[in-house]
Design a protein around this ligand. Structure first.
Ligand SMILES: C[S@@+](CC[C@H](N)C(=O)[O-])C[C@H]1O[C@@H](n2cnc3c(N)ncnc32)[C@H](O)[C@@H]1O
Length: 266
């Protein structure tokens, strides 16, 4: 499956900030509760972006762990390295493409994690096989991604505003099905942990900011929605109208994130 997707630093950081500001819960805290983290572990974070999970693991382990973050985006890796510098360069950041053989030896990591990234892999069995190869026997794989019921209100508003079919998202359309099954085929003892986080927007503006950071044509996933450059603003103005209508009716806008954490053992 060819996936035309490119995360942009601004869009990713905007969405992370909105989750922090309006979400009822903290996803990093949830991950730390679910993960079998121990000081001295070696950890690989695949699709690490700006290093959010790497820095959370590092703080939790009080700096006592060998953490590597790897990503294809030079822009996001530069952000990660800037933050790493401020924290004493304790994490190793590397450039790699998870559609190719990982540049890491067999049986290396106690934990391989992959947050909100596995569904951008072109060949899921191949990428999961690589994750399996670099995990130590008895080590863990942990992935996160959107379940099918994730942020339904967001899609309902877009559908009502445009009357258009929502394109199948690489995440929610196959994370709980195809991706779960592939992990089950290759690893043993797969456990599912669900994180439900309502984001309550006290006005329409932050919802629109989130929507722009999701629909931005840079991310390419929504290309079937936008035939010309002007279409983006036209569609955003229809979404604004419908979001205002929902807000006036309900007095708030609540978008619930429903995330699956799959924890598997090699
Ligand atoms: C939604 S972001 C998540 C980033 C980070 N894990 C987080 O939760 O903040 C998805 C990440 O997957 C990375 N990614 C997408 N395709 C990739 C590939 N082929 N190889 C490595 N990383 C990739 C993107 O560059 C981006 O950093």
């Amino acid at each position: 499956m060819k996936i035309s997707y490119q995360e942009t630093t601004n869009d990713l950081l905007t969405r992370i900030n909105i989750h922090d500001a309006y979400g009822a819960k903290d996803i990093d805290k949830w991950m730390l509760e679910v993960l079998p983290l121990e000081q001295g572990m070696s950890i690989l974070d695949v699709g690490c972006g700006a290093g959010k999970q790497c820095f959370s693991y590092l703080a939790h382990l009080s700096g006592k762990g060998a953490i590597t973050g790897a990503d294809v985006s030079d822009e996001l890796l530069t952000k990660a390295k800037e933050e790493n510098n401020k924290l004493g360069n304790k994490v190793k950041f590397e450039s790699f493409d998870f559609n190719k053989t990982f540049p890491f030896p067999d049986n290396t990591y106690d934990l391989v994690s992959c947050s909100f990234a596995i569904y951008y892999a072109e060949n899921i069995p191949f990428t999961i096989k690589e994750m399996h190869r670099v995990t130590k026997t008895g080590g863990y794989l942990f992935t996160t991604g959107p379940m099918p019921e994730n942020k339904q209100m967001f899609y309902e508003i877009i559908q009502e505003a445009t009357g258009k079919e929502i394109p199948p998202m690489p995440g929610s359309s196959r994370y709980a099905s195809e991706i779960f099954k592939t992990i089950e085929d290759q690893f043993s003892d797969v456990k599912v942990h669900i994180f439900t986080n309502p984001l309550t927007f006290p006005s329409v503006d932050p919802f629109l900011t989130y929507t722009r950071a999701s629909l931005s044509e840079d991310r390419l996933l929504w290309n079937t929605f936008f035939e010309t450059k002007e279409d983006f603003e036209k569609i955003m103005s229809s979404i604004t109208e419908i979001a205002k209508k929902w807000f006036n009716r309900d007095g708030k806008l609540v978008m619930t994130k429903v995330i699956g954490g799959f924890l598997a053992q090699k």
